[in-house]
Design a protein around this ligand. Sequence first.
Ligand SMILES: *Cc1c(COP(=O)(O)O)cnc(C)c1O
Length: 483
Amino acid sequence: MFYTSTRGDNNKVTAAQAIVKGLAPDKGLYTPESIPVLSQQEQSNIPNMSYKQVANLVFSKFLTDFTNEQIDNCINNAYDNTFDNDEVAPLYKLNELTQILELWHGPTCAFKDVALQILPHFLTTAIDITNEKNDIAIIVATSGDTGKAALEGFKDVKGTKIVVMYPNTGVSLIQKQQMITQDGENVHVIAIKGNFDDAQTAAKNIFTNTELNEKLLQNHTKLSSANSINWGRLLPQIVYYVKSSFDIAQGDIDYVVPTGNFGNILAGYYAKMMGAPIGKLICASNSNNVLTDFIKTGVYDKRREFLKTLSPSMDILISSNLERLLYEISGHDSTLINSLMTELDTNGYYELPATLKEKMQQLFVAECASDIETQQAIAQCFNKYNYLLDTHTAVAYYVLEKLNNNNPTVIVSTASAYKFPTGVYTALKDCHPTVDEYQLLKDLESLTNCEIPKPIQNLEQKAVLHTLLCDKTDIDATITKLI
Ligand SMILES: *Cc1c(COP(=O)(O)O)cnc(C)c1O
């Protein structure tokens, strides 16, 4: 299996090369040449398989240059004893039609752990396979959760360094504290004066800055990415769609996914194309509803105000992984992708050709929720089911209610409520707006009787190790200095 760039760079690469490089030289995203399909036999085996076995089945179809033993080593290193639930991604039955897929049982309490616990092992294995002699420096732009999950995954991994950039005022206090207290010899954390899109654009520019890359290479360092532009980030997410849809076994299951960068929901699309029993993929956005508008109208228009919401990990106006979906549904038409992405860069918007819009609408449905609606959803779900949603999952819950869907549906739950205590607590109970967020954790625990996850307990007592604050214009220089 080879991988090609969405923007038409003619060099096919292997899976190992795609993972080491992260982003293609033409700024496109590496995408598998074809999507492997699960045989009838494999499909009927899945309900009797463990999460790790399904992971092996899915990975071996995409990572054809890895040995089975290498794949199993990656899986064991990633998922043995790192999640507080052996199933990695357990289902919780809310009612006859609705299940919640809990993806936040990992070390940082967000779904990013599922991919970022294994990506460092994919990467070090890929370095061996490709005989890469240089150190790898991982550059991460984060809207909050990726940063911490990547730091946890990569800390003290031999042959790697990691630099995380986060928007200084765009993440929750808990998210920030998780990042700036990160230990490890090879980790750097920078606050950016800007929003997530600024950080992501800066990261992309660093990858394609030839001069900077040459300078780094003289120091025996190559850059790679741990954002979902890296295929090694997306691939692990396919597993939980495959496993949960076969496990539920109620025909085609719809999935409602709280979406920002379109990575998680895209993994659902790949699972469906592999033959998993998946119906509609429902894209749930917060007030930064650029994707809702796009799926409804076929016009992607980022020319709008960037809003800070209660679900900060979805505060994104430039959804990177959409490019992979358009590449897939256009039959790998890289000329089209190039012109759409150029239009987005120069004019701030593009419109899909009608045939592609129809194809997209057969696969995806979209709705959005405001902050008030998000908080209503948290209160409603808690009062009705005694189940505590975080502010991102609540967007999905609201959207599902709004659509009045009568099919069996999975709500993809992306974070623990304790990562976003202010938004969650104030949804359930009035409180003084100046109450300290650490106190709120305890208040939320006594109000709901849901236990604070271990990684968040005692967070405020940890020593702050990272204090760099950087202007947008100084990012390149700062990163060069650090690595
Ligand atoms: C990252 C994140 C999302 C959005 O996921 P995408 O793959 O960017 O669409 C949603 N919820 C939480 C809690 C996240 O951390």
